[in-house]
Design a protein around this ligand. Structure first.
Ligand SMILES: [Zn+2]
Length: 674
């Protein structure tokens, strides 16, 4: 039997081969299409005749495909990638068709109208599904339907051209300089620049600089030559704009993207694209988001002004820069940071051996949620993969998870948590959830344990927070258990919440042990780490608010997104937010890939939004004890366990007893008036 079709229990990872992928996907899609056809032809409109069979079929496809996508991400090979890429368009097309199936939509609608026959979870799922149907244009007829589809297609195309231009403009730039210009720049960056110059056939005293992050950032942070920093800054700040090479100018793309988004919003019956974007989000309206941004701006501004004043006076007295300009900011900041908080990641890393860190993480989770985590066995894709069970206080299994923590050549970069199987009550039988948690930490060398940087530890806690969202769910309806249908701007609440524990002294002392001396993390090093975290928090916050305000106003206001329109908006936003004016040639929007290329349109604020929620949720633990099982059980019951069964604001208020406040986040970032 094709192991991908064996969905009785955990995936049989060790047996899955690339040649299994396409036959399995074909069969599962064919089966699902049969089910859809049967539903379309049945008279009865009940949960059991419509939703349940469709969920069964799409879950089988989703789980098998999930295993394939997971393997392709963690242990890719040319054969597996080919098989994955061949199947991907079929899977995507199947789900797109499903979202546009008018017949199914009408049946879901009829079911929802008979809501009294349904339970709360069922009603919540139907509401989510109906909303998704509508946002995919299912209700449009005739020409409008065709136009909507054409807009989607063109948008995808122009958005990717927008990103291509940034990439091409970044890659097209190079600057050749002699060694004398590179004073202060780290040796490895210089060595790479020399190798590039050599490849280009340049003489021994030439060094080729680029705008790619591993070159651009260290040059801006360390190059003593102000003229060099200025040249690099200008090139970077004008990428893909009318101030740069006209071949890569994104002006027309931005105008087209904004026009298409506005048209899409109209077709769906909304006033502007910001409203469309906010439908699946926790924030209710553009006005609410603007208030949020302006509130934080107002409160962070005095700290940003203080940060800037400190930086200016440091630059003048220590660096001889009496008129600090934008191209000097990273340079002077790095010097100031070094002077104040001299410690290295390498020094900190010695205190975080893997087994201590995992024990510390599990101790936090076991204490606050009254669960036990025990190592188990399962078929896996690599010898380094570990498998764990989460048990409740009666030793009943709540869920299971895979840990795949070390970097490998065959693994995609970054860190993530994903569902292998969602919690679901299926014909009287409870299916428990299973999660993948994947990181890219350095593997142990020889018989020494793996040592994690503090950033690695934060990443681990973050992903574990996503994992707990899947594992500790109390919802039993597929689609809204775990993080299914959780509002887009609330999904990071459980993950960022967990990060707070990496900054708790009582937690860290238990979690650290020097690899040679065995000593826990010293208090003075911890204090420096906290201070370094909050270094220039005011300036950093305002920078995020500038991006957020630009994004939200652009999508919420009807205005022409041509060159002068964008510049005018940018000027207004900076007048309101920024404490330091960048040069007039700065063209930030022209390379703002989050909102013009990717999925953050009218959503950039969500980074801060989720930070506010997680800091404020954690502040209840600060009040009651960071390992308080009472606060923990309330957090699970009201927030973590709820999935998409209730809206995130109701969850939050139920847990915190009030609306979210930005106070805790500002305090955690060292921005409190005293
Ligand atoms: Zn995350």
């Amino acid at each position: 039997m094709n192991p991908l079709l064996d969905l009785a229990d955990l995936p049989r990872f060790a047996d899955i081969k690339p040649e299994h992928v396409n036959p399995a996907v074909e069969q599962l899609i064919a089966d699902a299409r049969d089910v859809v056809a049967r539903i379309e032809n049945t008279e009865a409109i009940t949960w059991d005749s419509v939703v349940e069979p469709l969920q069964d079929a799409t879950e089988r496809l989703g789980r098998a495909w999930g295993a394939v996508a997971h393997l392709n991400a963690v242990i890719s090979s040319p054969e597996l990638r080919d098989a994955h890429n061949a199947a991907l368009p079929r899977v995507t097309q199947f789900f797109t068709e499903l979202g546009l199936n008018r017949n199914l939509f009408e049946r879901y609608k009829a079911l929802a109208e008979n809501a009294k026959l349904l339970g709360d979870e069922q009603r919540a799922l139907l509401n989510h599904e109906l909303r998704d149907f509508r946002l995919s244009g299912v209700e449009l007829e005739g020409a409008a339907r065709e136009r909507f589809a054409a807009i989607q297609e063109t948008l995808a195309d122009v958005q990717s051209k927008f990103e291509d231009n940034i990439l091409d403009a970044t890659n097209a730039f190079s600057l050749d300089v002699p060694a004398s210009e590179l004073k202060g720049v780290p040796d490895d960056v210089i060595a790479t620049a020399r190798a590039k110059a050599k490849d280009a056939g340049l003489g021994d005293d030439q060094f080729r600089l680029t705008l790619q992050a591993p070159c651009y950032l260290p040059v801006m942070q360390y190059a003593d030559s102000r003229a060099l920093r200025e040249q690099m800054y200008r090139a970077y700040a004008t990428r893909a704009s009318d101030e740069g090479d006209s071949k890569f100018d994104n002006s027309a793309h931005i105008e087209q993207i904004m026009a298409l988004r506005a048209e899409e919003a109209k077709l769906l019956g909304f006033a502007n694209f910001a409203e469309v974007s906010l439908v699946p989000k926790m924030a209710d309206s553009p006005a609410q988001v603007l208030d949020f941004i302006r509130d934080i701006t107002k409160r962070a501004r005095p700290f940003a002004e203080r940060d800037l004043a400190e930086l200016k006076s440091f630059a003048a007295s220590e660096l001889g820069l009496t008129d600090l300009q934008s191209p000097d900011v990273m340079y002077a900041s790095e010097k100031l940071r070094q002077q104040r908080y001299a410690f290295s990641d390498e020094e900190v890393r010695q205190y975080f051996p893997e087994d201590r860190v995992l024990a510390g993480l599990f101790r936090v989770v076991e204490s606050i949620y009254s669960v036990r985590i025990v190592e188990g066995k399962a078929s896996a894709w690599h010898k380094d993969v570990r498998f764990f069970e989460v048990l409740d206080s009666d030793n009943h299994r709540i869920g299971e998870f895979y840990f795949d923590l070390y970097a490998r050549d065959s693994k995609r970069g970054g860190a993530w948590a994903d569902s292998a199987r969602d919690r679901r009550m299926k014909r009287g039988h409870l299916q428990t959830p299973v999660a993948y948690m994947t990181c890219n930490f350095p593997a142990p060398v020889g018989d020494k344990p793996a040592l994690f940087t503090h950033d690695d530890v934060i990443t681990l806690f973050h992903e574990f927070g996503h994992g707990l969202h899947l594992l500790l769910t109390e919802v039993a309806t597929l689609g809204i258990s775990g993080f299914g249908h959780v509002e887009w701007d609330a999904v990071e609440l459980p993950s960022q919440f967990m990060e707070n524990y990496c900054w708790e002294w009582d937690v860290l002392t238990h979690m650290t042990q020097h690899s040679e001396t065995g000593a826990p993390l010293p208090r003075d090093l911890f204090d420096k780490m906290i201070a370094a975290k909050n270094f220039q928090a005011g300036l950093g916050t305002l920078r995020q608010m500038e991006f957020s305000l630009f994004d939200m106003r652009l999508h919420a206001e009807t205005r022409t997104a041509n060159r002068s329109g964008l510049l005018k908006l940018l000027e207004e936003v900076r007048a309101e937010v920024a404490v330091m004016a960048p040069p007039a040639y700065n063209r930030m929007p022209w390379s703002f890939a989050h909102i013009f290329g990717g999925g953050y349109a009218a959503g950039y604020y969500s980074y801060k939004w989720a930070e506010v929620l997680s800091a404020d949720a954690f502040s209840r633990f600060e009040e009651e004890g960071v390992l308080s099982p009472v606060a923990g059980s309330a957090f699970r019951k009201e927030v973590l366990g709820r999935g998409g069964s209730r809206d995130a604001m109701t969850n939050f208020v139920a847990f915190r007893g009030r609306q979210p406040s930005v106070d805790a986040l500002l305090r955690h970032n060292g921005m409190t008036a005293n």
